[in-house]
Design a protein around this ligand. Structure first.
Ligand SMILES: O=C(O)CCC(=O)C(=O)O
Length: 311
């Protein structure tokens, strides 16, 4: 048996053992108070994106990201207009035919597939905060302690190759066709991002083109052109954070004048960074983030996204 076949086999065994455990012990309760009620709660979040929601966080219409209907733009037109010109683009209706889009807002479905599997969780508002740490815990514990409403501390299942670990979730997703456009036509990482409202991925860059697929809930995303690097306070030290900005409070941009003043006082050059795009990423959307473009991501509800990095 080759290495890959053997690994595939082990993953199938793990999935089967997991479903036996679920059948034998059931799905752990999400609430100490009312387990019955919790199991009847079907959906995590299904607030569909109205135009108002889409536009509410765009700082100025001239910075709204171009939006295309994935059913109306051909792959070749996407390539010409966006991929070849390294222009970010939001493709609406792009993942609405995925099983994951239909099923993953049901927490019980996710628990059936993953309740007893161990997952890494980032604790703290963002990975540049001083109080940030990581813990490994069963998925059901993560959902109960960090994802369901009423939890006070932020925990984020972030940038985790969940589909290498849990094969039974793979049949719900598809590789986005846009990833074929890379020079080598290869994926360089497929990662899950699952968490409550309020997770923040601080402003950073990645070395690969990215299709970020939104399957549950919505997120605010700001993208800066790499030309703006001199205005974005790139960190100088720390291997983990060398691709990350020192601007840890970019979310203040969304609030009142007073908060924006605090941000501008601490990072005065940010006001010169005018080459940027804003969007609200809604369930069913895909977002093209060109490689080396700065991006900041904040969840506005319980959210499940997958990033497809390709080369
Ligand atoms: O969704 C997030 O929180 C961050 C996503 C991201 O940074 C990425 O896909 O590269």
């Amino acid at each position: 048996m080759g290495d890959n076949t053997y690994r595939e086999y082990l993953h199938q065994v793990a999935d089967s053992v997991h479903s036996i455990i679920v059948r034998k012990f059931g799905i752990p309760s999400l609430s100490d108070r009312d387990a019955e009620n919790d199991l009847k709660k079907p959906k995590l979040s299904q607030e569909h994106c109205s135009n108002d929601l889409r536009n509410s966080l765009v700082s100025n219409p001239s910075h709204a990201i171009p939006i295309e209907d994935a059913n109306a733009i051909s792959l070749m037109d996407f390539k010409k207009k966006y991929f070849n010109t390294h222009t970010p683009c939001l493709l609406k209706n792009a993942s609405k035919n995925w099983e994951a889009y239909r099923k993953w807002s049901d927490v019980n479905y996710l628990l059936e597939k993953a309740a007893y599997r161990a997952v890494p969780v980032e604790i703290g508002q963002y990975y540049t905060s001083e109080d940030w740490s990581q813990k490994i815990m069963p998925f059901h514990q993560y959902v109960k302690e960090y994802v369901m409403e009423g939890n006070t501390q932020i925990g984020y299942l972030a940038q985790h190759p969940l589909f290498e670990q849990i094969h039974s979730l793979r049949k719900d997703i598809q590789e986005p066709i846009y990833c074929m456009l890379g020079e080598l036509g290869e994926m360089s990482g497929v990662n899950a991002w699952y968490g409550p409202k309020g997770t923040i991925s601080p402003l950073h860059t990645d070395p690969c083109d990215n299709i970020l697929v939104q399957l549950v809930g919505h997120k605010f995303v700001r993208i800066y052109h790499p030309d703006e690097t001199p205005h974005l306070y790139k960190r100088q030290s720390g291997i983990l954070q060398a691709n990350t900005s020192e601007i840890d409070n970019l979310h203040l941009l969304q609030f009142e004048e007073e908060e924006r003043k605090i941000l501008n006082e601490k990072f005065p050059l940010i006001s010169k960074a005018t080459h940027y795009w804003d969007c609200t990423l809604c369930e069913g959307d895909m977002l093209f983030i060109p490689k080396l473009y700065w991006h900041y991501v904040q969840s506005l509800s319980i959210s499940f996204s997958i990033s497809y990095w390709f080369v």
